[in-house]
Design a protein around this ligand. Structure first.
Ligand SMILES: C[S@@+](CC[C@H](N)C(=O)[O-])C[C@H]1O[C@@H](n2cnc3c(N)ncnc32)[C@H](O)[C@@H]1O
Length: 350
């Protein structure tokens, strides 16, 4: 079959069927995401360009992407990016993929920023409705457009088009001076969300992983947030300017919190691709949290807030650890988007 015959529609149908046979739980979504990444078409544009043939170079690129996804590599690593709240982040193997539940942690941290600062709404533009997907098409199996997709090889699709835009965000201006410390920044998703959603906030983001520090810095620069976010490499807050200790209104962290015995039971898509340093929280999952709790009184202002995402089985224990330490006015546990207890929010006494 000549390459011209492989239209967007045929590629979508073939990829969906192939990924389904490979055990992908959401094969159509994966197929759309891969086609969107390779062609530059938004997911809606895919359905408006069904009859367009892919160019040979796009077909080659699609081949690579389908092979990688078929082997179980997370989509975010295959495409190299993912949306998080109002921003889009570069992702790469070796650095944890941000999870939707972490958006709840950012909400908690923003509350801490707002409580610490004078905030007022900026002039808002219209917030567009998110694009709706069109109905799915029927599956089509058959010959691979790429030849043997089980083989290691790479290349392949359509003309460039607009990528799906992140929804516009209603900005809130913050009186300059509020400082936030993030420990274990990974891609920078938390620090960069806070800085972009609360202009005026200064964020110091740390990570022990040099690769995470490099990626967070790249994401920061791509978002034009160099003035607001400092990324430093080091254990916990060891690389933070000592003069800044005691000046933070919020200490936020999504530390490694999976109990060591649970790590090997995680899906292969996680343990086969994501870094152990980002996952393993020691015997009860609270090793890094305990160390964060120990340094929090030195990092935070009076009345400052500690926000941590934790494992649902140990977040209650974490709250007890806070209550057992003097100097805290409150320690509460919040639920994530799926109503599981996941986020600890503790406030220092004034
Ligand atoms: C669960 S990931 C969170 C990444 C990112 N904040 C997010 O929410 O997607 C934990 C991060 O903490 C980092 N980390 C682990 N131990 C650390 C330590 N002792 N000091 C600083 N960062 C650490 C890991 O490299 C990883 O990037």
């Amino acid at each position: 079959m000549a390459n011209e015959a492989w239209t967007v529609k045929r590629i979508l149908e073939w990829t969906r069927g192939y990924l389904e046979r490979k055990g992908d739980e959401h094969p159509r979504l994966s197929a759309e995401w891969l086609i969107s990444d390779v062609t530059g078409l938004s997911r809606v544009q895919i359905y408006m360009n069904f009859d367009k043939p892919l160019t040979p170079s796009k077909l080659d690129a699609m081949h690579d992407a389908v092979v990688r996804r078929g082997r179980g590599e997370p989509l975010q690593y295959v495409t190299g990016e993912m949306p998080f709240r109002h921003i889009v982040l570069h992702c790469e193997r070796g650095v944890l993929i941000p999870r939707p539940e972490t958006e709840v942690l950012v909400d908690a941290a923003l509350e801490g920023v707002d409580a610490a600062t004078l905030t007022f709404p900026a002039i808002l533009g219209e917030v567009p409705e998110p694009a709706q997907d069109k109905a799915a098409d029927e599956n089509a199996e058959g010959a691979s457009p790429f030849g043997d997709v089980s083989a290691e090889k790479g290349e392949a699709l359509v003309e460039e088009g607009a990528k799906p835009a992140a929804p516009a965000e209603p900005p809130v201006l913050v009186e300059p001076g509020c400082r936030v410390l993030e420990i274990g920044t990974g891609t920078g998703c938390i620090a960069l969300s806070i800085a972009s959603e609360r202009p005026g906030t200064r964020v110091v983001a740390t990570d022990l992983s040099p690769q995470a520090v490099a990626l967070a810095t790249r994401n920061r620069d791509a978002l034009g947030l160099e003035h607001a976010v400092t990324v430093v490499e080091g254990d916990l807050a060891s690389a933070v300017d000592p003069e800044l200790m005691g000046t933070f209104a919020v200490l936020v962290s999504n530390p490694p919190y999976i109990p060591s015995a649970v790590v090997p039971t995680l899906p292969q898509e996680v343990i086969g691709y994501e870094p152990g340093l980002a996952l393993d929280g020691g015997e009860d999952g609270l090793d890094v949290f305990r160390r964060i709790l120990e340094l929090a009184p030195r990092a935070l202002l009076p009345g400052g807030m500690l926000c941590c995402e934790l494992f649902e089985d140990n977040v209650g224990t974490a709250a007890e650890l806070v209550r057992a330490q003097s100097g805290w006015a409150s320690a509460d546990v919040r639920e994530d988007l799926t109503h599981r207890p996941r986020v600890l929010v503790a406030v220092r006494e004034e």
